[in-house]
Design a protein around this ligand. Sequence first.
Ligand code: NAD
Length: 530
Amino acid sequence: MKFKVLVSDPLGERGVAILKKEKALEVDVKTGLKEEELKKIIDQYDAIVVRSATKLTKSVLEQAKKLRVIGRAGVGVDNVDLEAATKQGIIVMNTPEGNTISTCEHTWSMLMAVARNIPQASQSVKKGEWNRGKFTGSELYGKTLGVIGLGRIGRQIVTRALVFGMQPIGYDPYISKDSLRQSGITLVTLEELLKKSHFITVHVPLTEQTKNIINAKAFELMQKGVYIINCARGGIIDEKALYDAILSGKVRGAALDVFTSEPPKNNPLLALDQVITTPHLGAATEEAQENVAVAVAQQVTDALFDRGIKDAVNVPSLDAESFRVLKPWLNLAERLGRFYTQYFGGSFKKVSIRYGGEVTKYKLEPLTIAILKGLLTPICGETVNFVNAPTLARERSIEVNESRTTQIGDFSNFIELEVGTNGDKNVVLGTLFGDHDPRIVRVNEFRLDAVPTGVVIVIHNEDQPGVVGQIGTILGKNKINIAEMTLGRMKKAKKTFALTVINTDNDVSPKALKELKAFKPIIDAKVVKL
Ligand code: NAD
């Protein structure tokens, strides 16, 4: 049987060659298609290979009757409607590793260019000037380099820092000291890193936790004359705070490959001599383009011919029938993980999973992987998938235990997640209602009936009359509509406490959250996105 593959964005030649070499594949390369054009032809194809230009929206995917595989040459899959693809049983794959070296090398190019004023000096010479005094720079030797995020790229940065005689220090709350023993880097707190570094470079994904991680407060802690480099994602550094820090002289230079809005429009940073920039070029080398092209071509052919699934973002490696049966459980498992990290935090070391009842009839490994994927996605972002989640957990020295029980308590089937964070242990219990509806039914001592989907506010409060009414008033005032609400209660030291879980129809602004937290009986309130 012959499969048809559409390559709808420019793909490295070696990738196209791999696809064309497969005799049982018919390959069409048609780039620059408009949405309507794509909709008209997509029903002919079994697989599509994209970069970031092709938008695989819900309405495009609705026409993709035969599509089984979407291959993204690169990391970010925000151009693919993952939910729609998953519902249609389409495997979405990315290639998270091909860009690492190129992005690391670009970061070093930017760091050295900003330290020696190379773009500014080059422009000046081209204008006919010969102004040597104006461009005096800064040596790297002996300087402290602060690396925020010690994943694939961060670690490559560290190796090269040592060669320059720099002292690398790093901040990554999710990486264990053990896994960095041979690396030559000292792990420090964020505060220490900000205070000690002469150069600061960020290599974290953009998540709720890392958004504006370098903000006005962080700049206050830094030394005068620090250099800032962002070749990760726009939004990790607060652009307004960076602008102010450059004007005040705190920051001597900034090198930016990425912006909150790309291409940047009317961004005042671009008017500053101290800022050097590139148009998101981190991965823009021939080698990286080839790496991702070769990887995606290999992955897509392997998936089509049932030779294995690698780096799938939305499905584990299972045959179609097991996937159909396990799908609601996978959904529950991943949501329990996501809930845990967003509510309790991500610096955990031990994950114990207990499966009870009906679910124990199935293969549990994919469910455990789904939990790990859920736990790690709020930390590592979209690069976590069903294939690399166990490796990422191992790299972080997270101990994972899995057990089954036939003892049934209140539920005929359940997944219990017990996770150790800094000496504490927290438990989240989930079940399926009616075989497919996920529910969180316990969070530590609180018994609940919470629907783990969409935007959820979790409120820990003293149980007093009027609390629920006031919560409703605050949300109403902020135009936030309540879709569902559940409340669990428990007694401790003669007081009653409640955990209130609210599903909302729309996002919760920081202002609304602040108002909730300011209301006295509320001990804590968090927004969790599932
Ligand atoms: P990775 O997942 O391997 O590493 C990210 C690291 O950040 C992980 O070790 C994680 O534990 C850590 N982290 C998560 N939250 C953190 C927090 N709050 N504080 C400190 N550390 C935290 O990812 P990677 O492949 O190294 O990529 C790093 C970044 O580079 C990503 O944002 C990626 O999108 C970006 N990137 C940019 C380009 C470009 O073209 N400029 C190309 C490739 C990757």
